[in-house]
Design a protein. Structure first.
Length: 500
């Protein structure tokens, strides 16, 4: 009854004319920002932060949150149509979404991502409403050793994502780890591996790597004469809607992806990108359609979208209930609350129930708005593929350069993106997957940071990773997954039968 009463309180606060307006404006802007490659929710939230100062605290948080999770919806659009991730987490969707577009099923992929995003968002909201105190307490018990073990599990998952063999996957992961070490060491303040280039002191931005490996490499491939996406001749609603078999393959992956995303969303520092990669890797291992992954598998589109949207919702749990922002965007949310005189922490739900439960109710309303907005736009987005490539790809290249330049107003970042584009194209020629490199790059700085913290707290004793049950269990799972990935059961069975 308490939950029902709280939800009624939340819906009473979220269904006023002002709250519905700011919610709609937020999710609409978020979708638009997500579609544009390179900008991302962080820049949009930062630009809207001064506007939120003139709104009540509830309206300000609903507006900024709408932009945040709305961008996760829109990020998959360019990822599917042009192999250019609108957000870093959408790069996982490109692994199967873009092949679907090449097979003339762009509309189907867009519909499935909208439905999967809605499912992940709603499940994330349910988890937030039901388990906020419990999950926040569970995440609070995670120490540096447990976070290190979680990151190791993510790296092992990254090697599984690459479909070209474990050796190639490991090579790409280690390359990503090396790229993640470039810049100033946060502990010692020493500049590492910059080659004397001042612009690399702050490291390489994730958007730069993602835009280069996926976006620029696709433009180069199109210039070299590789076939681009094919579009079905008919673009009516019947041709854009998934088949009965497609719908049958949605519920399981959507639930599993939402579960993984809900878990990683509650862990500060993990975020949507890690959740998407881990969910994709798990689904690929347990799926009956392993051979279809990377070639347009429905599960490969549904899983990452449900995972990153669930993680986007549950990321508010540690931010609001513990005052621990899990990402830079969440730090901006935290700042917006504190500017309005509200201190996030364990007392927030009790002291400001209207704000918390109004935000939960706005998430449900916002996800419904996004579903209604995105499904009718599927035909419009699919028509982008009808634009001649001689016109489309120069526009895409300009958008990528503008998006990257807007991050720090630095021309060097544009040249760096072009360099990663050349690297991505070379990886295509030599059949290396970019996804393991990207996840290694994301997890590299975090795994180094948590490893150092754990060693400092244990005074240099490496047994701390095995003495703590949580980290020991996660490391054991990582070892088992690595062994299973390295061993090919089919080859072993063939040798057994031949010897027999």
């Amino acid at each position: 009854m308490d939950l029902l009463n709280n939800l009624m309180l939340g819906f009473a606060a979220a269904t006023t004319a002002q709250m519905l307006t700011v919610c709609f404006v937020g999710v609409l802007l978020g979708t638009f920002v997500g579609v544009l490659p390179g900008i991302g929710p962080l820049a949009a939230v930062a630009m809207l932060l001064p506007v939120s100062f003139h709104l009540p605290a509830e309206a300000a948080l609903i507006l900024l949150a709408g932009v945040y999770y709305g961008a996760e919806y829109g990020g998959s659009t360019a990822s599917i149509l042009l192999n250019i991730p609108g957000t870093p987490s959408a790069s996982v969707t490109a692994l199967d979404g873009f092949p679907m577009a090449q097979n003339g099923r762009a509309g189907v992929a867009l519909v499935l991502t909208a439905v999967a995003s809605f499912a992940g968002g709603i499940i994330g909201v349910i988890v937030m409403a039901l388990l906020s105190p419990a999950l926040a307490g569970f995440a609070l018990h995670f120490g540096p050793a447990e976070y290190f073990a979680v990151m190791v599990l993510g790296l092992v998952a990254a090697t599984i994502v690459g479909g070209r063999g474990i050796a190639r996957g490991l090579a790409m992961v280690f390359l990503g780890l090396l790229l993640g070490t470039i810049g100033v060491d946060v502990n010692s303040g020493v500049t590492r591996f910059t080659g004397g280039i001042p612009d690399l002191r702050d490291g390489i931005g994730l958007v730069i790597v993602a835009m280069g490996l996926f976006g620029v490499s696709e433009v180069i491939a199109s210039i070299r004469g590789n076939a681009g996406p094919k579009v079905a001749q008919a673009l009516d609603m019947r041709s854009l809607m998934p088949t009965r078999d497609d719908w049958r393959r949605v519920p399981g992956p959507a639930l599993r992806g939402s579960a993984v995303g809900s878990f990683f969303g509650t862990l500060p520092g993990a975020g949507q990108t890690v959740a998407s990669f881990v969910a994709y890797a798990i689904e690929k291992r347990i799926s009956r359609n392993k051979d279809q992954f990377g070639h347009g598998a429905v599960e490969g589109v549904v899983v990452p979208e449900s995972a990153n949207n669930a993680a986007a919702q549950t990321a508010f749990i540690p931010t609001l209930t513990l005052g621990i922002p899990g990402s830079t965007t969440m730090a901006l949310m935290l700042g917006a609350l504190m500017i309005h005189g509200i201190t996030p922490g364990p007392r927030l739900i009790a002291d400001h129930p209207t704000l918390f439960w109004g935000l939960v109710a706005s998430f449900i309303i916002g996800n419904l708005m996004l579903l209604v907005l995105n499904i009718p736009l599927v035909g419009l987005w699919a028509r982008i593929l009808r634009v001649p490539h001689a016109m489309l790809y120069p526009i895409v290249a300009v958008l990528i350069c503008l998006g990257v330049y807007s991050l720090r107003l630095n021309v060097f970042d544009v040249w760096l993106t072009l360099g990663f584009g050349l690297l991505g194209y070379a990886m295509r020629l030599w059949r290396f997957e970019p996804a393991p490199l990207l996840i290694g790059f994301v997890l590299g700085p975090m795994i180094e940071e948590y490893f150092r913290r754990a060693m400092l707290l244990s005074r240099g004793d490496p047994m701390v990773f095995l003495d703590r049950p949580g980290s020991a269990t996660l490391l054991a799972i990582s070892l088992v997954l690595l062994c299973v990935a390295a061993i090919n059961p089919k080859k072993i069975l063939r040798r057994v039968f031949r010897s027999a």
